[in-house]
Ligand binder design. Structure first.
Ligand code: ARG
Length: 459
């Protein structure tokens, strides 16, 4: 058994079960690269502060480089007693360069080290996630532009409501993703702050130049209080909230597509690449990709809730409870990353069925337009709404679609109906009348696309 970093004051042995229970190497090994990056920068800071000679500093930096190469080549051997990634890297460094390695941890604690590592790591992951999200938005904008002429029923309460453009529906999800992208950029700025130099809790005693160290590591600034610096996990909570809300948006998008791809709707057909079959029923083609997007949102809510509860009652500064931040964070990053890429794949390969969308439009969805016709003739909306309702009832009694009512019948309901009422029964015109900013007319939808494109191009 190797000597423990903190072994000095202990005489008894650690229970092997406790050893395993305490260790985080199984999951925090994922941080190997940023841990080495942070240590190399810290070694340079120790040289500047006069605590290492330039020669010692070079030895440590080069030794750490060697450790990094072992990780990169998959040759790093984790040993019993490598409690966490910090311990493992330092143990290996000592084997490679000897006792001078023992100077690296001067004034540093694993408390400020882990907080720094996680921020560095998450910063890099955010860059990737941002790219995936932008790509999804880009694909959606292309589709929305290309398929601008397709009309489909819009729903409230999942009941047919009014005709809308398919692109308008698609963009309704894009706006949510755009907010997600903005939120990610905002929280990224709060991730990119450096706790290193906080020591265990009271601050570094060796006059480390923190601003310079932060600069070396590409951080935008340093934390303002060492006690807060080692215990602040707000940036992880914020990230988990972001991942949760983004997953909730993907889940709602997926749910719409699950419904639209059902045989009963048939508006879209999922590509085989994102569907699976049934082991029992040969005819089945299931939207598993979409169901997983919906399902994973629940897991994300769990991670967010779990971490907030973990932090809630903690006394000041570092407590080992904080080690529990990593698994939910890592899992969240893995799953949100996969989800964004799958959503993009599903959307870019999806086939639309314009005829089925058209066929699902029914004249009853223009009952509101009937009421609006009367409004344009000066009838108050409350009254015209009532009259349109009576028209729906009349059509039902006659057993004909609303559009087949004769103008004479309509005139029995209100004298304002004239021959031009026949023009109400046109889905395209109904859609075109909704020409306000944010509406579903062709012009308004193209304006949405332009606005989102400008935003995306500015990223
Ligand atoms: N593995 C620990 C964590 O993830 C690193 C910090 C340990 N600090 C300590 N004082 N035991 O939080």
């Amino acid at each position: 058994m190797t000597k423990k970093l903190w072994g000095g004051r202990f005489t008894g042995k650690t229970d092997p079960l406790m050893e395993e229970f305490n260790a985080s190497i199984a999951f925090d090994r994922r941080l190997w690269q940023v841990d080495i990056q942070g240590s190399q920068a810290y070694a340079r800071a120790l040289v500047s502060a006069g605590l290492l000679t330039p020669g010692e500093g070079d030895m440590i930096v080069a030794g750490l480089e060697q450790v990094a190469q072992e990780w990169a080549r998959g040759e790093f051997v984790i040993q019993a007693g490598d409690e966490d990634i910090h311990t493992a890297n330092e143990r290996r460094l000592t084997e490679l360069i000897g006792p001078v390695a023992g100077k690296l941890h001067t004034g540093r604690s694993r408390n400020d080290q882990i907080a720094t590592d996680v921020r560095l790591w998450l910063r890099g992951e955010i860059v990737q996630l941002r790219g995936h999200l932008h790509q999804l938005i880009g694909v959606a904008l292309d589709r929305a532009a290309e398929e601008i002429d397709l009309l489909m029923p819009g729903y409230t309460h999942l009941q047919p409501a009014q005709p809308v453009r398919w692109s308008h529906w698609l963009l309704s999800h894009v706006w949510a993703w755009q907010r997600d992208a903005d939120r990610l950029d905002e929280l990224a700025a709060r991730v990119n702050i450096m706790p290193l130099g906080s020591g265990a809790l009271a601050g570094n005693p060796f006059a480390i130049d923190r601003a310079r160290l932060a600069d070396d590591l590409g951080f935008a600034g340093v934390t303002g209080n060492s006690m807060d610096g080692v215990s602040d996990r707000d940036f992880i909570v914020e990230f988990l909230f972001w991942a949760t809300l983004t997953m909730v948006h993907l889940s709602r998008f997926a749910e719409d597509l699950i419904v639209y791809s059902s045989r009963e709707f048939g508006f879209v057909t999922l590509a085989d690449a994102y569907s699976t079959g049934s082991s029992l029923m040969p005819q089945k083609k299931n939207p598993d990709a979409l169901e997983l997007l919906r399902g994973k949102s629940g897991r994300m809510v769990g991670h967010l809730t779990g971490l907030v509860v973990t932090i809630k009652g903690l006394p000041s500064t570092y407590n080992k409870d904080l080690q529990e931040d990593k698994e939910p964070l890592f899992d969240a990053v893995t799953n949100i990353s996969g989800s964004l890429q799958i959503a993009c794949g599903v959307l870019s390969t999806l086939q639309v069925n314009p005829a089925a969308m058209r066929a699902a439009l029914s004249p009853e969805m223009l009952a509101t337009d009937l009421a609006e016709y009367l409004v344009r003739k000066g009838v108050p909306f409350r009254e015209s709404h009532h009259i349109a309702g009576a028209a729906v009832q009349m059509a039902e009694l006659q057993g004909v679609p609303l559009s087949q009512l004769m103008v004479e019948d309509l005139q029995k309901l209100h004298g304002a109906f004239e021959a031009d009422a026949a023009a109400i029964w046109n889905f395209d015109q109904s859609v075109e009348r909704r020409d306000v900013e944010g509406g579903t007319s062709r012009r308004a939808v193209l304006a949405q696309i332009a606005r989102l494109r400008t935003w995306l191009d500015g990223k």
